[in-house]
Design a protein around this ligand. Structure first.
Ligand code: MN
Length: 744
């Protein structure tokens, strides 16, 4: 534990301009504030903030961060207030300490949902000032170092959380040294046995291979010397945690694991990196597939290095990392090494081809954006964990902009990574010059061009083919918004239709007056509730037009039983009159007037209304009935559909076909064909349907008797006339014994 003057000296060593008085004030203040408290270890509590500050001096952070580290627990654990910190240390430090206080509870949480919510808070806090995260990580690191003193359950939970959240966060910030220490502590507490065994084996192995490592070191140094490259070579052993992960993933034993040893070559310039690589590959055989150039394509966290594996001097696999001193500093300290914590955007020193967005800050910014778009924090945490753990693929826009995505990402993810609007309007992708589906999994180095159309709308199915939290949250939101818009429009039409029936207009005045009675905040809310079927139309009407006799209270609205409709033309016609159903028979009658009184025009699979067609379908020309199903919108039934009888006629809605002759659409219908069971009969049926311009969408065959086969065929047709034409043509065929339309 450093003394007061030692801490100040450490800071001054890397920042001569550091505010000595500030550091002294913070030191004394925190020591006094915590004077009565003890750590679980029995140490004075102040030892904790002091160690946290000390960790941050290793990262060479500025005086305000060091002071914040000293003060980071005072608001939470003592009587100190934010105002007091502001007065004594200024608002900058006040804000940092408060940020840390807000996320302090993260340590105390056990429930998944709470953990997720706190993770949101953490991200919002760190998105305003990265120094909050750096102090938080140092805080967690010291807690991990002293975890032996807390209860075993707490130890386990904190270790898990460290592996799941803090190690990946540190990794994304590029802080390798901290990541490895997090993992080592967590590994030790979560899996004590493998931890002990592995460390013991590593000791033995180290002993046994001492000569080998020296040999490789020497051989490398010689070759570099010969080539005149001034490099620094160091041996690098994989951490027990990394080895254990490898063993778990590949299910091999420690004996089989050969690449435990790695070497690092540090040189001065990028050119020397490639020279060194050339020397190494010229001297020893390279293992195929193991070469990675993170210098030309840095990792998302800013990491740059060349990786390769060779068959070394003693026929041993040797992993090599080749990098400049500067790259090494960034690899070890990540964000902290950029020394840009005072001004996040100003000096991100990535390669020239890399956008700022690709660096650690870009990642953080995107994460927070996703977070703000998302609604369910738990879901968000899942996505984020996923993103943190996935390896990445690097893709490029046609203009050469690098887009880093998690492994398994698709053009949908790519599109949303470029811009939310590009995501929303994507209809296809050209990957390396080939037109491919939006669900194609992207590979490293793919050049991706997104094809878009302003008419496109994100579909819920996209969520399944997107893997990034950003894309999924944006899709979910767009789908939700579109659906809400549909329900709103439906509710508006239903109510204005109802108002027309009773001879009043659905105006602003009436609606605002009704809001109170319905205890709704906005007119839109009322429309949405009605559209969703959550607020019955008659209740809404009672509020909108109190005292007005409802128009739809008609006694005989139950559909008759099934046998009626065949013969009883009257029955159904009566019904249609009662219901005010309007049918537009294409090409036969005049189109119903658009502002006709009482029916809702149905235009197939358009996007304005939440409309779905019931089993068996319905085609223009069919008499149709809409049923408002709560949460599902309008379901369209052909009037003869037996399924219609399951719905109370109170929920029926007057609907009418509204076909746009400019853009005709096909609609599905289902027919049952009984055919003679002989060779060629199916071909004949298919041919007839094809010749008549029908689309066979699905076909099921069932053998009824030895010489007859029943087929249920789903065909897409333009309208009823078209369908009838196909049915008649089928009936003329010798192999066909009967054709009928079915609805189930
Ligand atoms: Mn703390």
């Amino acid at each position: 534990m450093p003394r007061q003057y030692e801490l100040v000296e450490r800071v001054q060593a890397y920042d001569p301009a550091a505010d000595e008085a500030l550091l002294n004030r913070a030191y004394v203040y925190a020591m006094k504030a915590h004077s009565n408290q003890k750590r679980a270890s029995g140490d004075p509590y102040f030892s904790h903030p002091l160690e946290v500050a000390s960790i941050l001096t290793d990262l060479r952070l500025d005086d305000a961060t060091i002071a914040t580290a000293l003060l980071h627990d005072v608001i939470e654990d003592t009587d100190t207030t934010r105002a007091e910190i502001d007065t004594l240390f200024g608002p900058e430090i006040g804000a940092l300490v408060e940020g840390l206080t807000k996320i302090k509870k993260l340590d105390l949480v056990t429930k998944k949902a709470e953990q997720a919510e706190n993770f949101r808070k953490l991200l919002i806090a760190i998105s305003t000032d990265i120094r909050v995260l750096l102090v938080k990580l140092a805080d967690r690191l010291h807690n991990m170092r002293t975890l032996g003193h807390v209860k075993p359950e707490t130890r386990k939970r904190i270790s898990e959380e460290t592996l799941e959240i803090y190690a990946p966060l540190a990794s994304r910030m590029g802080m390798r040294a901290m990541v490895e220490e997090f993992q080592d502590h967590a590994f030790r507490w979560l899996y004590p046995e493998p931890y002990a065994t592995l460390n013991q084996r590593l000791d033995e192995l180290r002993e046994r291979n001492r000569g080998l490592v020296d040999d490789i070191h020497l051989a490398l140094a010689e070759k570099m010397d010969e080539a005149g490259i001034d490099g620094e070579i160091s041996g690098r052993e994989k951490t027990p945690y990394a080895i254990w992960r490898k063993m778990e993933n590949r299910q091999i034993s420690l004996e089989q694991l050969s690449d435990i040893y790695g070497f690092r070559v540090k040189v001065d310039t990028v050119a020397e990196c490639y020279q060194a690589l050339g020397v190494v590959h010229a001297s020893w055989r390279a293992v195929p597939g193991r070469f990675k150039d993170y210098i030309s394509t840095p990792k998302q966290n800013g990491y740059r290095s060349i990786h390769t594996t060779i068959i070394g001097p003693r026929h041993q696999r040797v992993e090599l990392q080749i990098r400049t001193q500067e790259m090494h500093r960034i690899a070890e300290y990540g964000v902290a090494a950029h020394a840009l914590y005072k001004d996040a955007g100003s000096s991100l020193r990535s390669g020239p081809s890399i956008e700022k967005d690709s660096g650690p800050y870009g990642w953080l910014r995107r994460l927070v954006e996703t977070l703000l778009e998302g609604h369910n924090p738990e879901e968000f945490l899942e996505h984020t964990k996923l993103e943190l753990f996935h390896d990445q693929v690097f893709c490029f826009t046609p203009k050469g902009l690098l887009i880093a995505l998690p492994q398994g990402a698709t053009p949908i993810d790519f599109a949303y990574a470029v811009h939310t609007d590009i995501g929303h309007t994507a209809i296809g992708a050209v990957i390396n010059g080939r037109k491919l589906a939006l669900s194609t999994v992207l590979r490293n180095g793919d050049e991706v061009q997104i094809l878009s159309s302003p008419k496109q709308q994100p579909s819920a199915a996209w969520e399944r083919i997107a893997v990034t939290g950003r894309a999924r949250a944006a899709i979910r939101r767009a789908v939700r918004d579109a659906l809400r818009k549909q329900y709103l429009e439906l509710g508006r039409r239903l109510l204005s239709q109802e108002c027309q029936k009773v001879g009043i207009s659905l105006d602003e005045e009436r609606l605002s007056a009704a809001l109170k009675r319905l205890s709704a905040k906005t007119v839109e809310e009322v429309f949405v509730l009605v559209g969703r079927g959550e607020l019955p139309i008659r209740d809404a009407m009672r509020a909108i037009a109190p005292g007005v006799e409802p128009a739809s209270a008609h006694p005989s609205r139950k559909p008759r039983n099934r046998h009626d409709h065949g013969q009883g033309q009257d029955g159904w016609f009566n019904l249609s009159r009662v219901m005010g159903l309007k049918f537009y028979l294409p090409g036969t009658q005049s189109q119903p007037s658009r502002n006709g009184p009482s029916s809702i025009p149905i235009r197939g699979f358009n996007k304005d209304l939440p409309v779905t067609f019931q089993e068996g379908g319905a085609v223009p020309g069919d008499r149709i009935v809409g049923v408002l199903v709560p949460q599902r919108g309008i379901q369209i039934f052909q009037i003869h559909s037996p399924l219609l009888r399951e719905h109370e006629s109170d929920n029926w809605i007057d609907v009418t076909w509204d076909i746009d002759p400019e853009h005709p659409e096909r609609f599905p219908a289902r027919i049952r064909v009984s055919a003679v069971n002989e060779p060629g009969s199916l071909a004949e049926i298919a041919q007839v349907i094809g010749e008549k311009d029908g689309n066979i969408d699905n076909l099921r065959m069932m053998r009824r008797a030895a010489d007859f086969t029943d087929m249920v065929i789903e065909i897409d047709v333009w309208d009823l006339e078209h369908l009838n034409g196909i049915v008649s043509a089928l009936k003329t065929k010798r192999s066909v014994s009967s054709v009928e339309r079915i609805f189930s």
